[in-house]
Design a protein around this ligand. Structure first.
Ligand SMILES: C[S@@+](CC[C@H](N)C(=O)[O-])C[C@H]1O[C@@H](n2cnc3c(N)ncnc32)[C@H](O)[C@@H]1O
Length: 397
């Protein structure tokens, strides 16, 4: 029995409020806060992990077919580090109600569901205990646990308010979010250390880092497998964060090659420069990818790695990347709809999808991470049917 919660001109949204005949894939949600109208953090707890991955593979396949005319029959692969799909989230942002009680937003709502534990949060996030503390005058509290063993909370105060930070373990760093990507240290070091293989990455404040503990290594490995960087090549790492992919690319292209990273957050650019200071062939610039390539006169590249936010690249960036004549473009995406739209545009301009792997970087939710390899093949059969801007969140529904 479904209760309709929202109507649009094209579809209805509904909650399943009573199950008359359960699917073989249906399970009792492990979290007591999951369910219709409850916590919006996990929307797929009622399906087995296998079924979640099959559904995600269907979503990726449907988007590729509908928006790019591409047939894809792959699977969604497990990311190592959370075999039961729980305890993986190394960064959790809690919203705070007017009484200072933290919780998570209800599904498609601004209302807050108070919770005293989060089952998908990493054990080191839970150990901070932020959910059971009072955060009066805060609008949100983010708890971060890094693979290097650091923990931090990032507190965002309400406008013109000061938050009295509750008593935390002294090893937990405290940052205040001052907006516009700036954070101020109240206690401890201003950065966390993330470790991938033999390399440490410094991530200052709440700069971007992959949330699943196995994602950074899995995505880096796949990017390098697809990009196949060779000594002496010129590579771009666009939307580079603190330099995760640039590090692997720079090691592979060696001192005869070059890697140029572009990132919009200045704090992340500084981290990337520091993280790769032993690899002078890697250089970084702060800027928006939309205009940085023109600004820095980038005219060619052997290979390009892109990892944009959910909005994807968009037509202008796709058109500009095509002018670089790169042999390989590796596209890391957290939204299969915008990925498919952009692949169609690349397809119209001679880039063929050569491979695509999908990863379950966000178990218990509808989110999925994809890595696509595009090959410059102007004589090949174009893959793309005409792309549209209509990429309305098929994955969510
Ligand atoms: C999905 S993250 C990827 C970061 C990095 N590749 C990694 O895996 O750690 C996207 C990054 O792009 C940056 N970003 C967002 N919009 C951008 C833009 N228009 N131009 C350049 N960087 C942007 C964000 O600050 C973020 O660091």
């Amino acid at each position: 029995m479904a209760e309709i919660t929202e109507e649009t001109t094209r579809f209805l949204r509904a909650d399943a409020v009573e199950i008359l005949e359960p699917s073989a894939d249906r399970v009792v949600p492990p979290c007591p806060f999951a369910g219709p109208g409850r916590c919006g953090g996990c929307d797929w707890q009622h399906a087995s992990l296998d079924a979640q991955r099959r559904l995600k593979a269907d979503v990726v396949a449907e988007q590729l077919k509908r928006l790019a005319g591409i047939d894809w029959k792959g699977t969604v692969e497990e990311v190592p580090g959370a075999p039961d799909g729980l305890g993986w989230r190394t960064r959790v942002q809690f919203a705070v109600n007017r009484d200072g009680v933290p919780g998570l937003r209800r599904h498609r709502s601004h209302d807050i569901e108070p919770i005293d534990a989060c089952l998908i949060a990493h054990a080191e996030v839970e150990n901070v205990g932020a959910e059971v503390m009072n955060w009066r005058h805060a609008s949100s509290v983010e708890v971060i646990a890094s693979s290097g063993g650091d923990q931090a909370v990032v507190v965002a105060p309400k406008p013109r308010r000061t938050v009295a930070v509750p008593d935390l373990d002294t090893s937990v760093a405290v940052f205040v979010d001052e907006g516009k990507g700036r954070t101020r240290v109240v206690h401890g070091r201003n950065h966390l250390t993330e470790r991938v293989g033999e390399r440490d990455f410094q991530v200052t404040g709440s700069g971007f880092w992959q949330v699943h503990p196995g994602s950074a290594a899995t995505l880096l490995g796949t990017v390098l497998e697809f990009a196949d960087p060779k000594p002496g090549e010129w590579a771009l790492d666009l939307y580079c964060g603190v330099g995760l992919f640039a590090a692997g690319l720079a090691e592979a292209v060696g001192p005869e090659g070059a890697v140029f990273g572009v990132e919009s957050e200045s704090v992340s650019v500084r981290d990337a420069e520091r993280n790769l200071r032993d690899l002078p062939q890697a250089r970084f610039a702060r800027g928006r990818v939309e205009n940085a390539l023109d600004h820095f006169d980038i005219e060619r590249a052997d290979l390009v790695v892109v990892d944009p936010p959910r909005a994807g690249l968009g037509r202008e960036v796709v058109n500009r990347l095509v002018t670089l004549q790169a042999g390989r473009i590796v596209y890391v995406s957290c939204d299969p709809a915008t990925l498919a739209r952009d692949l169609a545009w690349f397809g119209e301009q001679g880039y063929r999808l050569a491979d695509l792997r999908a990863f379950d970087g966000f178990p218990m939710t509808h989110h999925v991470e994809c890595v696509a390899l595009l090959i410059n093949d102007p004589d090949g059969v174009p893959t793309g049917e005409r792309a549209t801007d209509d990429v309305s969140q098929a994955g969510e529904d």
